[in-house]
Design a protein around this ligand. Structure first.
Ligand code: PHE
Length: 339
């Protein structure tokens, strides 16, 4: 019996030495000292021993158990140390390694242009108003005094959701929405997306952006419109820029005009950019039509106003020298990173 125990002790210590991890050690412990462990089995067999032998063997068994436990504890400490060192080494950070490059984005040229436009008009006392992109025929056409047979109502020009609902073709419906809610004096701009049933090419996109302007108060005249646009154009395109009014027609303004600016490339001399004319078409504008004022319950005998609308995409293209509107919407980083 004693020999059996000693052999067991030897075997156990060898197993302990061979164990490489905490897990392996635990297996060794269970193998010898666990409920069904080998030492436990031996101790169970002690019932068959004689009364003299029992205490002697019991003593040896205890010594053997303690000895196994002790070597298990020592090995455990040793292995923990090794495992900790390995973990620390694996997690070490090499502070000399070059960092990962973080790419910082930038504002889209359209957003940059819009920010600039907003700053200019806000500095002149305008507030920013917004309206829906999915609009009713009433706000987009009827309330804006567009005749029932006006060509822009045609399905070939306008995206219809149903007979009464469309994607707005201009930001002008915001004029009506603002006048319904606000009492004069009114001084707002309204930038946003517009939609027209156009085939995309270098100057057309079925989705584009406009910026609307509206001023309504007592005693507003064409001179106020001219002064406002002159300040705007000089700030946006440069101090030397001049503008001219060309007669035009819009259903919701009377009189109406298209406004051209002297070409900022040749200063009005004529160059390929302005097709030798010296002028560049900028925006549409006019005095708010009395019918539009009546439609929103503002008395045209007391109040008058002016409105203007410009293509933001077009202005940004002019300013940054972009020759194809589609570039603005393709989101090619090689293009966008240039601005
Ligand atoms: N809404 C007109 C257009 O899309 C522009 C405009 C706005 C003209 C306001 C006059 C007054 O062409």
């Amino acid at each position: 019996m004693e020999q059996k125990l000693r052999a067991l002790e030897e075997q156990a210590k060898q197993d302990v030495n061979e164990a490489q991890s905490t897990d392996a050690l635990e297996k060794v412990r269970v193998k010898y000292l666990g409920k069904k462990g080998e030492l436990t089995q031996v101790l169970r067999g002690m019932g068959s021993l004689s009364a003299e032998e029992r205490p002697i063997v019991g003593k040896i068994a205890n010594v053997v158990r303690e000895s196994i436990e002790k070597s298990l504890d020592q090995a455990k400490l040793h292995i923990k140390n090794i495992e900790m060192t390995a973990k620390l080494e694996a997690e070490a950070i090499d502070v000399t390694m070059p960092g990962k490059e973080t790419k910082i984005g930038r504002k889209h040229p359209l957003s940059q242009g819009l920010d600039e436009l907003k700053d200019i008009f806000i500095s002149m006392g305008f507030k920013v108003a917004e309206g829906p992109e999915v609009e009713t025929v009433y706000y987009n056409f009827d309330a804006l005094n567009a005749a029932q047979n006006h060509p822009s109502r045609d399905m070939r020009d306008t995206f219809y959701i149903n007979d009464d609902v469309i994607l707005r073709t201009q930001t002008s419906p915001v004029q009506v929405r603002v006048m319904e809610k606000m009492k004069p004096p009114i001084r707002i701009i309204s930038p946003g997306r517009c939609f027209r049933n156009d085939t995309p090419d270098a100057t057309h996109s079925p989705m584009f952006h406009q910026l609307e302007g509206l001023v309504v108060d007592k005693g507003i005249t064409l001179a106020d419109l001219k002064g406002t646009l002159e300040v705007f154009v000089k700030k946006f395109l440069g101090d030397h820029t001049q503008i001219k009014f060309r007669p035009h027609h819009f259903p919701f303004t009377e009189p109406s005009a298209e406004i051209d600016a002297t070409c900022f490339k040749c200063n009005g001399d004529g160059c390929p950019f302005c097709k030798k004319s010296g002028w560049i078409e900028l925006l549409g504008a006019g005095m708010v039509h009395p019918n539009v004022l009546k439609n929103v319950g503002i008395d045209p005998e007391v109040y008058s106003g002016f409105a203007f609308g410009m293509g933001i995409d077009r202005l940004v293209m002019l300013k940054y020298g972009i020759d194809d509107i589609r570039l603005l919407f393709e989101n090619d980083m090689r293009f966008l990173n240039q601005f």
